[in-house]
Design a protein around this ligand. Sequence first.
Ligand code: J2J
Length: 573
Amino acid sequence: MPEDWPRCPETDAARYRTAGHWAGVTASALLRDLAARHGPRTALVDGPRRWSYAELDAHVDRLRAGLTRAGVRPGERVVVHLPNRAEFVHLWFALVRLGAVPVHAMPAHRHGEIRRLAQIAGATTYVVAERAGTLDGSALAARVHDALAPPRRVILLTEAGSGSSVSTASPAVAPSPVPTATPGVVPEVLTWSSLLADGVTAPSDAGGHGDTADPGGLAMLLLSGGSTGAPKLIPRTHDDYLYAAREGARMCELGPDSVYLVCLPIGFNFAFGAPGVLGTLLSGGTVVVARDPSPPTAFDLIARERVTVTALTPPLVPAWVEEHGTSAPDLSSLRVLQVGGARLADHEAGRVEEVLGVRLQQVFGMAEGLVNYTRLDDPPHLRRTTQGVPPTAADEVLVVDDEDRPLPTGEVGELLTRGPSTPRGYYRAAEHNRRAFTADGFYRSGDLVRRLPSGHLVVVGRRKEQINRGGEKIDTAEVEELLRSHPRVRAVALLPVPDPVLGERSVAFVAGVEPALTPREAARYLAKCGLAAYKAPDRVVPVPDLPLTPVGKVDKAALARRFSAEPGQVGSG
Ligand code: J2J
């Protein structure tokens, strides 16, 4: 049977181990070690709830035992669809300790994305909050459970959360009324509190699989924002993920006194591992969970918990700057503000330091592994106008032309990368891997960059079919395919257009039958298909036909030219 994902060749693996990049410990063993070293120090804060390192470790044992009793076994994949709550951290470590594999879903995901995630991962279990904002976890579970592999478990996190005395009676998740579900396939529904009910006794309590598992084995699966067609999952190992978190912590100068505020979705690679939750914990610091990224929530927590570092995507920066002007918050503890996920405009970069009075760190990363950071002591112009450097020389970066030939310093080309944090292929995607990676194992990022003589990278564009809407990635093919299935749409092309706040917005050029599709109709239709709301086109431009290139592909460059020539003239929105 072919392997689910390509391992790193042994010559490179040995080099990473010898250099100490791959430390040879699992995340579970790491947490035990942290508990031994930092026992009474505060590890995790969520509202009034706090866990010391020792308490976190013990709580993870208890949850691991509950998951084992519920039947979750080593190697099973589990879709984790939780909002910013301490329970995300508990569950992540409990799964890893059990030897199961967390699959990170984003809060904005809906049944379309979750079903695909579950199917590609071959996940047995779906963990969702019963309610989070507009998300109705029970209803969502009913729409996705038949996409799970047997025994099809759903775990509902109730608002009362961990340690509460919520009834263990399962809320009804009836066989789904939606056409996507297979009638009669009833999932097993468990509540969080039932998992925690019986303490730490479980069949395999002695030892713990996750402590002794292969550190080079699969630890987690992340969703790629970067590929066209079927979504791709990124297999991350303990070795490669902990390397990335550790190097991120070094670039961010974290230590035991660091307090990291999780503003962005906690399952986003930036917030979880760059250095994020894991980098903070392995430094002995404190992770504070913000339930939403709004400036008032964040400012309140920064002042209350003496937060020293946090991370944002670019669209949040002007909101922070503005709120700072009106509410004069106490940000005196905040030392570093990381900004990444999309290109931060140079003028906004300047305002971060001038107005907020904190050190800006630009972060240009990818769930595929490589994360670049500006150094905290870089000169101001490099902090403001570049997206940083790779953390170590082992993170190889090439800037190449269309034929993969390395370009001289200063020229714009595609970034290729290989290194201790970058897997050599996607999960169960052998054919796609032949295109997405070079023969010698470099990942083709699709990002167009320029490298300065200092080694700093500047992101100038991309060659992949993707829209980066303020850090939220849209695979244009995914949206186009769904819109094409609308009865009034014949042909459609989704394009990015510049936007002062988000960096980019999406415009759908639609050829079809009258009356022309409106943006609202498009959004409703895509929501019905189960797509995250941010993927709906911001504008819809009706066109008689889509222009084609000589080889018969949609000529997106021509559409972009037409739009930029008369943006106000065309379409509605
Ligand atoms: C321009 N484009 C950027 C930046 C990411 C840290 C930070 C971000 C991510 C992330 C991450 C950018 N300027 N500063 O995983 O650990 C675009 C690039 C990149 C893609 C990856 C992390 N920072 N990007 O955003 O997997 O196009 O990871 O290839 O979601 O986002 O997206 P994603």
